[in-house]
Design a protein around this ligand. Structure first.
Ligand code: NAD
Length: 495
């Protein structure tokens, strides 16, 4: 297990990665990168702006035009991506430590989830790219129609801070595998692992200019990327508020393709014939508090049948001591720090609002570990939450569970679907008709039956409604980073 002493040579380098070089912002601006673990300064980071984005896009464009990457056989790109995945695994301790120091998640999950998923994602798209075939259309015999996929060109990627490496990998891996060049803007709250990943990519053989990482703030570096006339596609993960703006900027500029993976407020429905109440409670509690509740797909709306609510909540509250925040660098910690003071204040503000609007605070509700200098919140549970309350309507993105009750399955589905988001959902029942019927009725990109935590790179991930458009993961992600071309060939057959 990683500890600070097992990574003595940890390098904290906040410079951008443009055209294969570590560079400071052209204007020389920098910002402080504060660790949420203890509130200390980790390092300075390049505060990039439109000039740096221009340089990165130019480098990516040159790399695309001279075909140094897209001109390689798919099997050759595969070898590089797999080598990159191997390097990520070889640097697991270092990457996990950077991720924990930068965004506060427990080191055990930084390693077992974030590093492993990132390596797996790079490897999977590397493995996939020389196994996907193009198509020939069933046209009349005098012509041949080839339907081929081509890389789009320069892909801009903008990601959030909650899973910095994984969110980047979900986009970079299919984009690079299919031959694009990439300019990645990581979140200003957690830029370090993306920058290190780019160095490892180059070590693995990704040519210079093919992957650039430009840190900075949303309006200063993100907007110039989304507005850039020479960027062909933008892959965005983040809030719905900014996601809407991304589509506007795409339309205002060159109508670049824009794919947005956005917020969620996922319902977790427990019927009174739940087949295993203990597992349902463990799963609901474990999933809402995983990653400090800072997960887009966290089951933040718990819908329990009124007949079993008391039993459910009694057991849920018994589990809370396991989820008290602790030092993220300790190997046994399961709940770490909130990413920064701003996010902590936002979450505490929602908790106050929940109380003001009449929800019943059953547990938690306060900051914790204040003596550490870092940013921590107790696991928090609200009962008697109504659909109209702010804590039911808005994404809190913190360790807060809102409990609601229902009387029958129709009401459960009505409450679940009465929301602007549609990312994920879960239904717990032993009735197969209820399971299938509810799964069909729920307006969500992923529905779980009698579980919540199953996940695999082979399945698409994304949402209905204002949870965004397009899908990450699986072979479907190639749709986002490739154009379909039809080539008609006339056949004047002599026979
Ligand atoms: P955010 O929208 O504030 O920021 C996301 C990224 O966009 C950051 O890199 C930020 O710098 C950049 N950005 C901000 N303003 C911008 C602008 N005007 N122009 C261009 N870029 C801009 O989101 P966040 O707080 O970093 O992340 C939390 C959100 O991400 C939550 O809503 C969560 O649900 C969502 N999320 C969704 C998924 C998914 O797959 N659906 C996964 C993870 C997180």
């Amino acid at each position: 297990m990683t500890t600070p002493s097992s990574t003595p040579s940890l390098r904290l380098d906040g410079r951008a990665f443009i055209h294969g070089q570590r560079v400071w912002a052209k204007a020389g601006a920098r910002f402080d990168n504060i660790s949420p673990v203890d509130g200390r300064l980790l390092c300075e980071v390049a505060r990039c702006d439109d000039k740096d984005i221009d340089a990165a896009v130019l480098s990516a464009r040159q790399a695309f035009d001279d075909k140094r990457w897209r001109g390689l056989a798919p099997a050759a790109r595969k070898r590089v991506l797999i080598k990159w995945a191997d390097l990520v695994t070889a640097h697991a301790d270092e990457l996990a430590m950077l991720e924990t120091l930068d965004m506060g998640k427990p080191i055990r999950y930084a390693q077992s989830v974030d590093v492993n998923s990132t390596a797996n994602c790079l490897r999977w798209y590397g493995e996939a790219i020389d196994k996907v075939y193009d198509e020939i259309a069933p046209t009349p015999a005098h012509a041949l129609a080839l339907i081929t996929r081509e890389p789009m060109g320069v892909v801009g990627v903008i990601v959030p801070w909650n899973y910095p490496m994984i969110m980047a990998a979900w986009k970079i891996a299919p984009a690079l595998a299919s031959g694009n060049s990439v300019v990645l803007k990581p979140s200003e709250k957690s830029p370090l692992t993306a920058l290190r990943l780019a160095e490892l990519a180059m070590d693995a053989g990704v040519p210079e200019g093919v992957l650039n990482v430009v840190p900075g703030f949303g309006t200063e570096a993100g907007s110039p990327l989304a507005l850039h006339m020479d960027v062909d596609c933008i892959g965005f993960t983040g809030s719905t508020r900014v996601g809407k703006h991304i589509h506007i900027m795409a339309g205002q500029s060159n109508l670049k393709r824009a794919w947005t993976e956005l917020g969620g407020k996922s319902p977790f429905i427990v019927m009174d014939d739940c087949p295993d109440l203990e597992r349902a409670v463990q799963t609901a509690v474990g999933s809402i508090f995983f990653n400090q509740g800072e997960s887009c797909n966290a089951p933040s709306r718990l819908l329990v049948h009124h007949k079993i609510k008391e039993a459910f909540l009694e057991r849920a509250l018994q589990l809370l001591p396991q989820y008290q925040p602790a030092d993220p660098l300790h190997k046994d910690t399961v709940m770490g720090a909130i990413v920064d003071r701003t996010q902590m204040d936002t979450v505490l503000g929602y908790i106050k609002q929940g109380q003001n609007e009449g929800a019943k605070l059953l547990a938690g509700g306060h900051a914790a570990r204040t003596e550490s200098g870092g940013f921590y919140i107790q696991p928090t549970v609200f009962d008697a939450v109504q659909s109209h309350m702010t804590i039911a309507r808005e994404e809190i993105f913190g360790p807060v569970l809102s409990v609601m009750t229902f009387n029958d399955v129709s009401q459960a589905v009505q409450i679940a679907n009465d929301h602007v988001y549609g990312l994920q959902a879960s239904i717990w029942t032993r009735d197969i008709n209820c399971a299938h019927g509810v799964a069909r009725a729920l307006r969500a990109g992923t529905v779980h039956v009698n579980q919540y935590d199953e996940d695999d790179i082979t399945v698409p991930f994304g949402g209905y409604k204002q949870s965004g458009m397009g899908r990450d993961k699986s072979l479907h992600a190639f749709d986002k980073y490739t154009e379909l071309k039809t080539t008609w060939i006339r056949i004047d057959s002599p026979v």
